[in-house]
Design a protein around this ligand. Structure first.
Ligand code: F6P
Length: 364
């Protein structure tokens, strides 16, 4: 590898608080070594069209560590292997433009791509590694569902936001003697629901890993009455499903995206709970509030450590890896291995045991 490297960084998939902290750390670490960094806007757009490529200098990234979102923009419809092209006449064609990305990467003289993303984006990055692009992945997702890393940044912020919402709902639920169903993010993994539900003293937590039985949920809600507590809080991950049933979704997905849009479970549960218990029941979807705003101190630090470690690994010639949080340090994990499995909530884990010890119903 050359001495003075030229890197390109992109952020892909749903945003997560801490993306800017990664970008900041990458640019600072690279610039101290005399390397250049370019940002590819909206995922791979900068490697398809050079107008979307921005030079990143320490001046450009000053003060961004505390900001939510990503200064580079992101998309979950920008997979170059499956890019939706709108012909403008109502026809949408799905194209594979990945070779163009590889050609541009080489023509522009880049030495490495730093891809910051969740499971979907890192799988795309891994496919580029197979096509010969030197890649370093940085794991991001508020869902915390990547198996190769103990934590992803964005998760702590999302859990804090959801816990804060539950704290606030206790008083209004109590005042009106209502049941509140709070729908949180978590497509295949229930980490946000579980962690915020315990921290925010929920009575019921529903996660994708445990199919729920509505009768058990209602029984637990009515148990509160025996203790003289005439209200209840239910936290449901958007991907939770009833025994023998399927996830609640809004549509069949968008072209070039590959995943259905989840949503609506909170409302479905609220209707069923009201019908079965006779209790005044409301639902609330926290949705993208969980992805917005400033990263917590924990996420800022974690994201900064990910970015700095990515630069150190590149300097050591470690390519086609994902930077993993392996306390007390950071570890390089082969990218193909890192994207193989997602991390669901193990039913025998300490957090699940804690919920059960507290008398929280997990739906079964
Ligand atoms: O992957 C994170 C996530 O928050 C999922 O839990 C959720 O299903 C998805 O993003 C929603 O993404 P968007 O609304 O951006 O399409």
């Amino acid at each position: 590898m050359r001495d003075k490297l030229k890197l390109v960084i992109n952020t892909g998939g749903g945003d997560a608080p801490g993306l800017n902290a990664v970008i900041h750390a990458v640019v600072m670490g690279a610039s101290r070594r005399g390397w250049q960094v370019y940002g590819s806007r909206n995922g791979y757009a900068g490697l398809l069209d050079t107008d979307e490529l921005v030079p990143l200098t320490p001046e450009k990234v000053r003060g961004i560590t505390s900001l939510g979102g990503t200064i580079l923009g992101t998309t979950n419809r920008g997979n170059p292997f499956q890019l939706a092209h709108d012909h403008g006449d109502g026809k949408i064609e799905v194209l594979d433009v990945s070779d163009r990305v590889v050609t541009n990467f080489k023509r522009l003289g880049f030495d490495c791509l730093i891809a910051v993303g969740g499971d979907g984006s890192l799988r795309i990055a891994s496919r580029f590694a197979e096509k010969g692009l030197p890649v370093v992945g940085v794991p991001k997702t508020i869902d915390n569902d990547l198996s190769a890393t103990v934590m992803t940044f964005g998760f702590d912020t999302a859990v804090s936001t959801a816990t804060d919402a539950l704290d606030r709902l206790h008083s209004t639920a109590s005042a009106h003697e209502r049941v509140f169903v709070v729908e949180v993010m978590g497509r295949y993994a229930g980490w946000i629901a579980l962690n915020s539900g315990i921290s925010g003293s929920a009575d019921v937590i529903l996660i994708p890993e445990i199919p729920y039985d509505i009768e058990s949920v209602c029984r637990r809600i009515m148990e509160n009455e025996l203790d003289g507590r005439r209200y209840a809080l239910v936290v449901a991950a958007e991907g939770a499903a009833p025994v023998g049933g399927s996830m609640t979704h809004k549509g069949s997905g968008e072209p070039g995206r590959g995943e259905v849009l989840l949503g609506g479970l909170g409302e479905v549960l609220a209707r069923e709970i009201a019908a079965r218990t006779g209790k005044d029941t409301r639902s609330l979807v926290l949705g993208h509030l969980q992805r917005g705003g400033s990263p917590t101190t924990f996420d800022r630090l974690l994201a900064t450590r990910f970015g700095a470690a990515a630069i150190r690994f590149i300097e050591q010639g470690m390519l086609n890896i994902m930077v993993a949080h392996a306390p007390p340090g950071m570890a390089p994990i082969p990218l193909a291995e890192a994207v193989r499995n997602t991390k669901n909530v193990p039913l025998d884990c300490d957090t699940v045991a804690t919920a059960l010890d507290l008398g929280i119903c997990l739906g079964n």
